[in-house]
Write a protein that binds this ligand. Structure first.
Ligand code: ZN
Length: 191
C-alpha cells in the first residue's frame, strides 16, 4: 500500500465530477487500499478518490474510534463513542437514494481544506446504494456522523467541497488563505 499526496483547495481537480467505475477489479482494490492508508496517515475519517487526484466514484471511510485524528475530516472532533463496531467502509459508485427531511448540523473539516472547520447543515439521515470492496451491491441506512460523512464525500464525487455550502464571503476568505498557504509550502517544509 502506498500513501498518496492529497490535493487541496484551490486545486481545480476538486471541481471535477468523478467518473463511474465500470468494474471492481484488483486494480481498483489496490486504489482503495492506498486510499485507506492515505486517509489513516492524514488522520481523516473519510476520503474520496479525487482527493488523491483519481477521477473515479470511489469513497473510503473509517469512523472507528482510535488514536488517529487531529486534522481534516478528523475523528477527534466528533463523539465516536457510539461507533465502537464501526470499521473501514468502501463505497464504489455510491448513490444517495433517500434523504430525511430532518436536518443536522456538524462542524465539518476536510483533508483538502486543511486547518479550516465550519458548520454545515445537511439531512440528518440518508440511504445509500453502492458496490462494496468485492463488487457486491449494498444498501446502507446512515444516520448522524455516518450520514454527514457520506454526504460530504459524495459532494467530492460531484466536484463540491464543504466550503461551497458556506457563505460566499467565508468561502472566499478561506480560499484566499489556502492559496497563500500553498504558496508558502513551496518555500517552507510542510508539517
Ligand atoms: Zn472532504
Amino acid at each position: 500500500m502506498t500513501i498518496r499526496p492529497i490535493i487541496a483547495v484551490p486545486d481545480p481537480r476538486l471541481k471535477q465530477v468523478s467518473e463511474p467505475v465500470e468494474a471492481v477489479t484488483d486494480a481498483l482494490r489496490l486504489l482503495m487500499d492506498d486510499m485507506v492508508e492515505t486517509m489513516h496517515d492524514a488522520k481523516g475519517i473519510g476520503l474520496a478518490a479525487i482527493q488523491i487526484g483519481v477521477n473515479k466514484r470511489v469513497i473510503v471511510m473509517d469512523l472507528s474510534p482510535s488514536d488517529h485524528g487531529d486534522e481534516g475530516e478528523s475523528s477527534d472532533r466528533y463523539d465516536l463513542s457510539e461507533l465502537k463496531d464501526e470499521t473501514i467502509r468502501y463505497f464504489v459508485n455510491p448513490e444517495i437514494v433517500w434523504t430525511s427531511e430532518e436536518m443536522n448540523n456538524y462542524q465539518e473539516g476536510c483533508l483538502s481544506v486543511p486547518g479550516f472547520f465550519d458548520d454545515v447543515e445537511r439531512p440528518k439521515a440518508c440511504k445509500v446504494t453502492y458496490l462494496d470492496y468485492h463488487g457486491q451491491p449494498q444498501e446502507l441506512d446512515c444516520d448522524g456522523l455516518l450520514a454527514t460523512c457520506i454526504q460530504h464525500e459524495m459532494d467530492h464525487l460531484n466536484g463540491v467541497v464543504f466550503l461551497d455550502h458556506l457563505s460566499r464571503l467565508k468561502r472566499d476568505m478561506i480560499v484566499k488563505k489556502l492559496r497563500k498557504q500553498s504558496k508558502d509550502t513551496n518555500v517552507v517544509e510542510p508539517l
